[in-house]
Design a protein around this ligand. Structure first.
Ligand code: SAH
Ligand code: SF4
Ligand code: F3S
Length: 476
């Protein structure tokens, strides 16, 4: 099995293109028995999942792959060779959603495959997908993945069209069988859905209301990951820091961070995405006290203008946001800060846009993911007046990206000559160069006289800095 990622919509980091590993593959009957499952109905059939969207989607695909393998499906090497083809989709912007239908078009009239649509487009479009692409036989949103085994059973016993679109679930999609694809960094969902109501955003509808997992279950999974050899864990949630432990011990997010970081063998704990409204000083304190908690916070601002923030229903003002940045900047350990910005929200004036540019200067971000506003179905912003012409949106985006490029260049240049700790996660053979990330999530390309550095923590001297990465030498 393999995933394709749409990097343009990946909110935080371009995924590492790591070699596929065989953790838990192929699944054995004994694994199924251990997980309390019966061995396979759909034995021998093969599947392929193509994934679009954010890290939560990428990780959901790993969970779905685990569920399929527990039913006896085997991963196919290519889509063409698979009996079951699944698209795990994203609908955050119009382009992402359109891409799904063009991909589905490639299977028009196909008879010998089962085609399914998962994820945010599945949830948003529902039955409409069967209308537009009648060769699809499975539509299931992320809040219903717990039902996937039943839906598959229905298909296996001759069902033609099955759907899972419930959003009222109280539970999360936990699975013992997750088939992780990245051998370096393990993703771990701690909270699903979103209870905010940003006026431009589809996520509360596509992923349903917020549900947190019990801290005991999270720690148990993190312990298993450490035992399996993972040293870096990334905690995931659309608003990861809104985490509220539903179990009696009632941990908040910073307590959970400390708990995961204390697990023997875990060297790095990352988390994304934080909502500014729930970002407290306790999170900064946890990072200060705990070297294993990465010194990086992704804190989407979306805009630097109070007027636009209000229209977006973001629940904070520019001053409140900057107040939180001050806590971060006052920390005893430097903490890098990245953000998401939407350009060209309805009614955004030149003055509002200038406020966003000045926010970039005021914060001094280490990275910015910037997007052209895209009107989405059934969001209140789509009904607002004052659409910004496409050309003007593009002009503003280019200006913003150039301003941020300069800021990053200066921030990265300040690191030249220092030694940073890098977790090596890729080797680029043509250039004989290794790549990895710092705790602050900077990409470092470096040369080394050593072989087999994958998964190693190394001291690397920074020789040069570009806006998006550093170039270094492995200091032995
Ligand atoms: N839960 C995260 C973000 C989820 S979506 C948060 O609250 O910050 C990732 C990013 O996509 C958002 O931060 C926003 O910048 C962008 N985005 C969401 N909806 C969009 C839309 N309709 N048009 C353009 N960008 C959008
Ligand atoms: Fe969307 Fe806002 Fe929820 Fe983030 S907090 S997922 S932007 S509604
Ligand atoms: Fe896209 Fe859904 Fe993630 S809309 S960004 S895949 S939550």
């Amino acid at each position: 099995m393999s995933h394709t990622f749409d990097i343009s919509v990946d909110a935080l980091t371009a995924p590492v293109s790591a070699p596929s590993v065989a953790n838990g593959w192929p699944i054995r009957a004994s694994d199924c028995a251990e997980a309390g499952l019966q061995m396979p109905l759909g034995s021998g059939r093969t599947f392929y999942i193509e994934t679009f969207g954010c890290q939560m989607n990428a990780h959901d695909s790993e969970k779905v792959a685990g569920v399929l393998m527990a039913r006896g499906y085997r991963p196919a090497k290519s889509m063409a060779g698979a009996d079951l083809v699944l698209y795990n989709t994203c609908s955050i912007r119009e382009k992402a959603a359109q891409k799904v239908f063009s991909r589905l078009g490639e299977w028009r009239g196909v008879k010998d495959k089962t085609i399914g649509v998962l994820g945010c487009v599945a949830q948003q479009e529902g039955e409409e997908i069967f209308e537009r692409a009648p060769w699809v036989s499975l539509v299931c949103g992320s809040a219903s993945y717990r039902k996937l085994p039943d839906l598959l059973a229905e298909l296996e016993s001759g069902g033609r069209r099955v759907m899972g679109l419930g959003l009222d679930t109280e539970e999360t999609f936990e699975t013992e069988m997750t088939r992780r694809d990245n051998p370096i960094r393990a993703y771990l969902t701690i909270i699903e859905g979103c209870n905010y109501a940003c006026s431009y955003c589809v996520v509360p509808r596509t992923r349903g209301p917020e549900r947190s997992r019990a801290s005991e279950a999270i720690l148990a999974e993190a312990n298993r990951l450490a035992e399996a050899g993972y040293t870096e864990i990334q905690l995931l949630g659309q608003t990861v820091n809104s985490y509220r432990d539903p179990s009696p011990r009632g941990w908040n997010f910073s307590r959970l961070l400390r708990g995961v970081a204390a697990i023997p063998g875990i060297h790095r704990v990352r988390f994304a995405t934080s909502h500014p409204n729930d970002f407290g000083r306790d999170i900064v304190a946890a990072i200060e006290d705990t070297p294993a908690i990465c010194n990086h916070v992704h804190l989407p601002a979306q805009s630097g203008s109070d007027r636009i923030l209000r229209a977006m229903h973001r629940t904070y003002t520019r001053a409140e946001y900057l107040g939180k940045i001050l806590w971060i900047r006052a920390a005893s350990r430097p903490i890098s800060v990245t953000t998401d910005i939407i350009v060209g929200f309805p009614g955004e004036t030149e003055k509002d846009f200038q406020d966003t540019l000045s926010l970039l200067d005021a914060v001094g971000y280490d990275g910015v993911f910037s997007f052209l506003y895209s009107p989405r179905p059934r969001t209140s912003a789509a009904e607002m007046d004052g659409a910004v012409p496409e050309q003007e949106k593009a002009r503003r985006l280019a200006l913003l990206q150039e301003r941020q490029r300069q800021i990053q260049l200066a921030r990265n240049a300040a690191l030249a000559g220092t030694v940073v700790e890098v977790l090596a996660d890729a080797y680029q053979a043509p250039r004989a160069q290794w790549a990895g990330r710092t705790s602050s999530n900077r990409v470092v390309n470096f040369v080394s006289s050593h072989a087999n550095l994958l998964g190693e923590y190394l001291q690397v001297r920074v020789m040069r800095a570009g806006p998006n990465s550093l170039v270094g030498e492995h200091a032995v």
